[in-house]
Write a protein that binds this ligand. Structure first.
Ligand SMILES: [Cu+2]
Length: 197
């Protein structure tokens, strides 16, 4: 009985804790105009304070393609690479400075893991299939979103002032360098509209 009571108190404490965290959160969101859909592949917060738990993610190789094509991750994330194909693949990874990060052979139905720490874009190719291409976008914080097919994106994050940025493989340097300040209030909903290039 005593154990049960302690467990109940602990659980309610956890629930209260998460309720408090949620109450201090706000939302920043947007809707991309049609010409920017597919161009802006990730919307992210440039910098946010806090300690973030290392995360995990999956990069698949399926039907001679990387899935997903663009994988945004928090720095420190361990990505599991796996293949569903019968063919031999490899993962040839070049970091933001074009330095080779790793080159792994991926046998059918094999899995392996790599941890991504260097902020920026790592490009993944396969030396066997030249059309295979993917990007891992390593970010400082976990506040990012991949716009849906209708161009909608939404990021839930703690209240505060942030700079919102966008990334896409087709965006030019000018578009990549643009940052949009936003203030997010607790329980509030802020909107960011990216100007057309
Ligand atoms: Cu391949």
């Amino acid at each position: 009985m005593r154990t049960l009571l302690v467990t109940t108190i602990l659980l309610s404490g956890l629930l209260l804790g998460s309720a408090r965290a949620l109450a201090a959160d706000g939302v920043v969101e947007g809707l991309l105009p049609p010409e920017q859909r597919g161009q802006i592949e990730v919307v992210y917060v440039e910098h946010a304070g806090g300690d973030f738990k290392p995360a995990t993610a999956v990069m698949d190789q399926r039907n001679l393609a990387y899935v997903p094509h663009v994988l945004p991750v928090l720095s420190g994330t361990t990505v599991r690479f796996q293949s569903h194909d019968r063919e031999l693949h490899n993962v040839f990874a070049r970091g933001p400075d074009h330095r080779v990060l790793f080159n792994l052979a991926v046998l059918p139905h094999m899995q392996m893991e790599e941890t991504f720490k260097t902020l920026g874009v790592t490009t993944l190719t396969c030396n066997v299939h030249k059309t295979m291409l993917a990007y891992v976008l390593v970010l400082q914080n976990p506040y990012f979103a991949v716009p849906d097919a209708g161009g909608r994106w939404r990021i839930r994050l703690p209240a505060g002032r942030y700079v919102i940025r966008s990334w896409g493989e087709q965006l030019d340097d000018g578009a990549l360098a643009r940052g949009f300040p936003v203030e997010v209030a607790a329980g509030g909903d802020s909107r960011v509209t990216f100007p057309s290039p």
